[in-house]
Design a protein around this ligand. Structure first.
Ligand code: BYC
Length: 473
């Protein structure tokens, strides 16, 4: 039976019998999915030092305990209700927000919620084999924290589907457990969530760049006129911040170790490799891949879907309150386009360019992170730098897909692309090398794989050599 003890929540679950029954029906299927598709090899005999949200207060997060992964208490939380909240953008700007789904926007809202929901279990599936290759117990615990929170984000979207979309919503909730990342017949909806995450470099890049798309999309959904969606996504953002911390500091620590190995040698890639490290060029190739995949997640540059989401007040801009014009009926966006083999600029109605507006915000947020990484190279006295590739590079969605650009954004021929692509994007040789240095997991407290530096501090004031994941006797 679902109770506030089993499912921490602030939606008064026990007094809503219909919802309670629907979730009771869904929960065993979720747990079956978690056992089948969640972290492999860590379901039954391990206790993990995890934090569980038990309320939306700032100290609601301070709950750390050892739990078995399938026993994690996946909760349902919305940020506090704000009385008299009004619609912040679009054609109905200034009118009261909705507590129920308006019939005319039902399909669009369902589609947004399903797309968001689909990414959450997808990422757990993508990461399920990383435990057997972990660089330390500290990192293993962080991986599982990210995984259980993605599971909670799925609960958040399923809560909305069950509460506001009736039979259709319940069917969609089942489908969220039926699609699988990378499955040929029933893949996940968005492309990046079907890419394999085979190694910890991919994992850290994914949590840096793809989780950051999670941040930008959740920020825009948190402006929604559907108040329960806005409040749910607002709380999800607090967890997203931790995932990006894992990604950013994971790469920082790899970079730091690479710098140490470069110092010890002559700074050459082959020397870093000879000592079991990850050379800068390989880090850059993985950055290129996950950044461009995550750019794709923002959709096409010109999108009538995006225009309609904005007009209808379903999905706004990140930090909508910082803009002056919230209706933007006449404004235009100057877009870079590629036509007849030439790059030029074209004006498009701003509403149709909403995906691009969000992508601008996203690129700025990514750039700040890359600059923080470059400080490490600077501190070690190296002139090498990591770079974000141009946003036209390596795209599979939108107006630049189907064309070839180098990482600086210059058009190149198919032949040139073939010649250089292994310098620009991860190649099989990279995968093989990374596999070889991660083949032995590090399960000894306080010990770290040779390719990564220890973190600055442990979790929740525990020491770095704390046994964050324990094997049961
Ligand atoms: N791959 O007008 P278009 C996260 C489809 S991540 C495959 O270009 P639109 C997380 C599109 O669905 C955040 N298909 O795009 C991170 C449409 O298909 P239909 C997830 C794609 O609709 C890490 C067609 O192409 N949240 O939370 O303006 C770990 C034309 O669409 C892709 C959201 O995405 C793609 N990359 O915008 C865990 C928010 N891109 O309808 C979690 C909800 C587009 O013609 N989603 N398509 O069959 C949305 O707001 C929008 O659906 C999108 C696309 C921004 C994704």
């Amino acid at each position: 039976m679902i109770s506030s003890e089993r499912i921490p929540n602030n939606v008064d679950l026990s007094s809503n019998k219909r919802l309670q029954r629907a979730l009771e029906h869904w929960q065993p299927k979720y747990l079956d999915w978690w056992r089948d598709m969640g972290p492999e090899g860590f379901q039954d005999h391990h206790q993990v030092f995890l934090r569980t949200a038990i309320s939306v207060d700032p100290d609601g997060w301070a709950n750390f305990e050892f739990v078995k992964l399938p026993d994690y208490r996946w909760g349902i939380f919305l940020t506090e209700f704000v009385a008299d909240r009004t619609i912040g953008f679009g054609d109905s700007f200034g009118k009261p927000v909705w507590q129920e789904v308006p019939g005319e926007f039902r399909n669009q809202l369902r589609r947004l919620i399903v797309t968001q929901g689909d990414t959450e279990p997808a990422s757990v599936e993508q990461q399920r084999q990383l435990g057997a290759k972990c660089p330390s117990l500290y990192d293993l615990r962080n991986l599982f924290q990210v995984n259980v929170e993605e599971g909670r984000h799925l609960w958040a979207m399923v809560y909305l589907l069950h509460s506001y979309f009736g039979r259709d919503g319940r069917d969609e909730a089942e489908e969220l457990l039926a699609r699988t990342s990378g499955n040929r017949d029933k893949p996940r909806i968005l492309e990046a969530f079907n890419e394999p995450i085979d190694n910890w470099l991919d994992f850290f890049m994914f949590t840096m760049f793809t989780d950051r798309d999670g941040k930008s999309q959740l920020m825009s959904l948190s402006e929604s006129s559907l108040d329960p969606l806005a409040r749910t996504t607002r709380f999800m953002l607090t967890e997203e911040a931790h995932h990006m911390f894992v990604g950013e500091t994971g790469i920082s620590r790899i970079l730091e170790r690479t710098c140490q190995l470069m110092k010890e040698s002559r700074g050459l890639a082959e020397d870093v490799r000879r000592q079991g490290g990850i050379e800068l060029e390989m880090i850059q190739r993985h950055l290129n891949f996950w950044f461009s995949r995550s750019l794709d997640l923002h959709g096409s540059e010109v999108s009538s879907n995006a225009a309609s989401y904005f007009a209808n007040g379903l999905k706004g801009r990140a930090r909508e309150e910082t803009y002056e014009d919230h209706r933007i009926t006449d404004a235009v966006y100057e877009l870079e386009v590629y036509e007849d083999g030439r790059l030029s600029r074209q004006e498009v109605p701003m509403r149709n360019a909403m995906n691009e507006v969000l992508r601008d915000w996203y690129c700025g947020d990514c750039l700040a992170g890359v600059e923080r990484w470059n400080k490490i190279l600077e501190q070690y006295g190296f002139s090498d730098r990591l770079h974000l590739p141009d946003r036209k590079f390596g795209r599979g969605i939108g107006i630049f897909s189907g064309f070839y650009f180098d990482p600086k954004g210059n058009p190149v021929s198919a032949k040139e692309w073939e010649r250089c692509k292994n310098d620009w994007l991860p190649a099989q040789a990279d995968k093989d090398y990374l596999k070889s240095i991660m083949v032995e997991p590090v399960y000894k407290p306080g010990v770290f794989a040779n390719y990564i530096a220890p973190p600055r501090r442990g979790i929740n004031r525990m020491p770095i050599d704390y046994e964050y994941v324990r094997t049961e006797a």
